[in-house]
Structure formats: structure tokens, C-alpha cells
Design a protein around this ligand. Structure first.
Ligand SMILES: Cc1cc2nc3c(=O)[nH]c(=O)nc-3n(C[C@H](O)[C@H](O)[C@H](O)COP(=O)(O)O)c2cc1C
Length: 256
């Protein structure tokens, strides 16, 4: 299978880079083809701005969505963006490896998403607005996995932990960014207390990580509800009979 590893940590001795190295070696040893986007090494342009649209459809007013649609449809996207889109399109699975920064991904990786996730590709699929999203779209059939190095202790990210449950904190990425495009998103792999993983604990971390990679194409994805399977009759609001009386992010994940 083709696997894309997108990662964002320039320090070679970091835990993030260690997870990347373990992943590359393990996946290749299993016969997979691994391609990387090492965002710092690539000097990835993190900021989504007017330079992303060298051939503006409207030179007077910068509408990011309209220009993204025009650039994607007319073939006038910048070459770095096209290259990354092609990597994603060729991948059977995309793995994002990053340190948790302010409860999210580093800006350089967020900028990768903003620029690579074009209108017509990742959203506005088939130029039909929101008709195809959440379980449908260009990236249907691909798997996605977040591997996150987390500074804080696991307790702080427990279901009642002070920081909030990690999987819920990452919902804007897993649900709003990846599942949105049609990808099947696996439960997040996290290493907590990342600033001080003792040498004698590291083999357990590596084993757990390899175990998840081994099951990359077998593990059940997070059971996010699909927009167009009847769960959202008007494509906006969850049907009354599902999670009755409950509100919040959790309603968008079905009970297993
Ligand atoms: C800018 C910045 C923001 C951070 N935000 C968080 C955070 O929100 N939660 C947390 O637990 N740790 C946070 N940390 C700690 C990192 O998660 C930790 O340094 C990282 O996981 C270490 O792994 P690495 O060696 O791969 O970078 C932050 C660190 C930095 C530099």
C-alpha cells in the first residue's frame, strides 16, 4: 500500500521524529511504499495568502474559496500545492505525526492543510457546495491517522481530565478536516508525558506504535456519522432519534 507520512518537527532527536523513523522503517519492512512530507525540511510555506493564486479570477477582491476553486479547476495552483495533493491522491493512508501545540497541530502543518485542501478537492466536491462531505468526497477510501506527541500527562487528557479528552480536542482535525473529505479516521495514537519518556519505557512506546501501524488497514475507524446516510435528514442537524437529548461534539460519533 502507499502511505504518506506528513510530519512537523525539525529536531532530529525529538520524539516526533522518532515516531516518524519507527513508522517509516516498520511500514517499509511490511512491504508498504512510504512517501514523506517533512514540512520543516521542505521549507513549507505555512501561510495561505494571495501568493497561492498567481492567476486570480478576481484581482479586485481576494476570496480564498473562490480563488481556490478557480486555481484548482483551471490548473493554476502553485506547484508545491499540486505536488502535495498528488501525494495525498496516491496514498492509501495518510499519517500525520506532530507534537501537540496549543491543543492542536503546529502552524506549519495547519498551513499544509489550508493550502493543500483545495476547493473542488477537499471541500466543494464536484462543485456542489456541501452536498458531499462527512464520509464522502475526493479522499473516500483513504485512511487517516494522527500520531501525537503530547507534553502533558495522560491524566490531564482523560475523559474528565482538566485539559479535556484528547480525542475531543482533536475533533476539528479528525472530524472537521479528515472525515470531512471522506477519509476513514482511526483513533489517535498518543504518547503522553513526551518531554520525559524514559529510555526503559521507550521500547513499550515503540511496540505500541508498531502495533497500531500493523493494524493500519484493519482497525475500525472512529464511527463518525455520515452526512448522507440519513443521520442528518436536512444535511445539517442530527436526526432526533439519534443520541436523543444529547448535544455537543460527541453526538457526531455513533456508539460502537
Ligand atoms: C508552542 C508549544 C505549544 C505546546 N502546547 C502543548 C499543549 O497544548 N498541550 C501539551 O500537553 N503540551 C504542549 N506542548 C508540549 C509539547 O507537546 C511537547 O513539547 C512535545 O510533545 C514534545 O515532543 P517532541 O520532542 O516531538 O517535540 C507545547 C509545546 C510548544 C513548544
Amino acid at each position: 500500500m502507499n502511505i504518506l507520512l506528513v510530519h512537523a518537527q525539525p529536531e532530529s532527536t525529538s520524539l516526533t521524529r522518532h515516531l516518524v523513523n519507527v513508522a517509516r522503517n516498520f511500514l517499509e519492512s511490511r512491504g508498504h511504499s512510504v512517501v514523506e512530507s517533512d514540512l520543516y525540511a521542505m521549507g513549507w510555506k505555512a501561510v495561505f495568502d494571495g501568493e497561492d493564486f498567481p492567476d486570480r479570477s478576481d484581482p479586485e477582491r481576494l476570496s480564498f474559496i473562490a480563488e481556490s476553486a478557480h486555481a484548482f479547476a483551471s490548473g493554476s495552483q502553485t506547484s508545491d500545492v499540486v505536488q502535495e495533493q498528488n501525494k495525498v491522491l496516491a496514498a492509501d493512508a495518510v499519517i500525520f505525526v506532530f507534537p501537540l501545540w496549543w491543543f492542536s497541530m503546529p502552524a506549519i502543518m495547519n498551513g499544509w492543510i489550508e493550502r493543500v485542501w483545495a476547493y473542488g478537492l477537499a471541500y466543494g466536491y464536484q462543485d456542489k457546495g456541501n452536498a458531499h462531505r462527512y464520509g464522502e468526497g475526493s479522499f473516500l477510501g483513504k485512511r487517516a491517522l494522527l500520531a501525537v506527541s503530547v507534553g502533558g500527562p495522560e491524566k490531564d487528557y482523560a475523559p474528565r481530565g482538566i485539559n479535556g479528552c484528547l480525542e475531543q480536542l482533536l475533533f476539528p482535525i479528525t472530524h472537521g478536516t479528515l472525515f470531512y473529505t471522506g477519509m476513514e479516521v482511526l483513533p489517535t495514537f498518543a504518547v503522553y508525558g513526551s518531554g520525559r519518556v524514559d529510555a526503559d519505557v521507550m521500547p513499550q512506546v515503540e511496540a505500541a506504535w508498531r502495533n497500531r501501524l500493523e493494524r493500519l488497514f484493519d482497525d475500525a475507524p472512529i464511527p463518525f456519522r455520515c452526512q448522507n446516510d440519513g443521520s442528518y435528514p436536512d444535511r445539517h442537524i442530527l436526526a432526533d432519534h439519534l443520541a436523543p437529548g444529547v448535544t455537543g461534539l460527541a453526538v457526531h460519533t455513533a456508539e460502537r
